[in-house]
Design a protein around this ligand. Structure first.
Ligand SMILES: [Ca+2]
Ligand SMILES: [Ca+2]
Ligand SMILES: [Zn+2]
Length: 309
């Protein structure tokens, strides 16, 4: 892939309530993430300077778990998520987005490692209840779908054709994207209106061993699946007490770029910025864990929105 693909900065027209983030992304993003996102809202992971979009903002009452009864915790590894991987490409060969079965397996393995608490291999993360079973793959040559930016006609057409299963099935699209996006996902909903777009889209060259330097350990998929399971960014709501609605992720004022371990942007909040967390924007090499609180939240969101659906 041409490196220029990742240097392009443009604006995504995503409608009222979605705030485009222009370069410099970190400064611009600060004001865009100060509320809790609505169910069904779009979430993205983007490279610095990207034309990213943050979710529509609503009141705290719209938190995904507001009013939900306390969920019984599921045992580590006890929830098996049927997973379909859809490869979309423009032609033959890696430069055209073609991936091998081994590439797909490597991405699913990275996803499983992330949720098993063995992300980055040598590190100790949180063992969540989630495992991902590759139910099948599809392979589609369609240049019109390759960018499938959020909110686009291409996105809707591709997903209408390829999506399998219901809310409990993970549909993971590996494609070319654009606009410096690494991936995007939607929060779960109780209604049916968002069912077609429900799923996770990940830049193909962010898979393990991909061509996107600093973002090629396959960590974009767990980040986006974290959103798919109801997690907010660790910098959601900045230094506020509620922050990302997870008690054990230290509050963080702005998204992290790179691997500045030891940074502390919310000095009144106990704990250093969670740059190692999958729900920050750090480089893949220092991103390797969810927290127990995030695991419990994903478990509860799964039980409320996706289990059996
Ligand atoms: Ca702090
Ligand atoms: Ca990593
Ligand atoms: Zn995100």
């Amino acid at each position: 892939m041409s490196p220029r693909r990742y240097a392009t900065v443009g604006l995504l027209a995503l409608g009222a309530g979605l705030l485009p983030v222009t370069a410099p992304a970190v400064a611009a993003a600060t004001a865009a993430v100060c509320e809790v996102a609505a169910p069904g809202a779009l979430e993205v992971r983007a490279k610095p300077g990207a034309a990213a979009a943050e979710p529509a903002v609503t009141s705290d009452a719209k938190d995904l778990l507001a009013g939900a009864p306390a969920a019984s915790p599921s045992a580590p590894g006890s929830i098996v998520v049927e997973t379909w991987v859809h490869v979309i490409r423009t032609g033959d060969g890696r430069a055209n987005g073609q991936l091998t079965p081994a590439d797909v397996q490597a991405q699913v393995a990275a996803l499983n490692a992330a949720f098993a608490g063995t992300g980055d291999g040598v590190r100790t993360g949180t063992s969540t209840p989630f495992r991902f079973r590759l139910a099948g793959t599809t392979d589609t040559v369609n240049p019109a779908w390759y960018a499938m930016l959020p909110g686009s006609r291409a996105e809707r057409e591709a997903k209408s054709a390829l999506r399998r299963g219901g809310k409990s099935t993970l549909n993971l699209y590996l494609t070319g994207l654009g606009g410096d996006l690494l991936g995007y996902a939607y929060f779960p909903t109780t209604g049916r209106g968002k069912d077609v777009v429900d799923g996770v889209v990940v830049l193909n060259e962010s898979i393990p061993g991909g061509a996107v330097s600093d973002y090629a350990e396959g960590d974009t998929a767990p980040h986006e699946v974290g959103h798919w399971l109801g997690l907010y960014h660790t910098f959601q709501n900045g230094c506020s007490t509620a922050n990302d609605r997870v008690a054990d992720t230290p509050a963080e004022a702005v998204p992290t770029t790179g691997c500045p371990v030891g940074k502390d942007t919310c000095t009144k909040d106990t704990g250093l910025d969670p740059v190692e967390n999958f729900m920050d924007y750090s480089y893949d090499r220092c991103m390797y864990t969810f927290t127990p609180g995030q695991s419990a939240r994903m478990d509860a969101v799964w039980q409320r929105y996706r289990a059996g659906a």
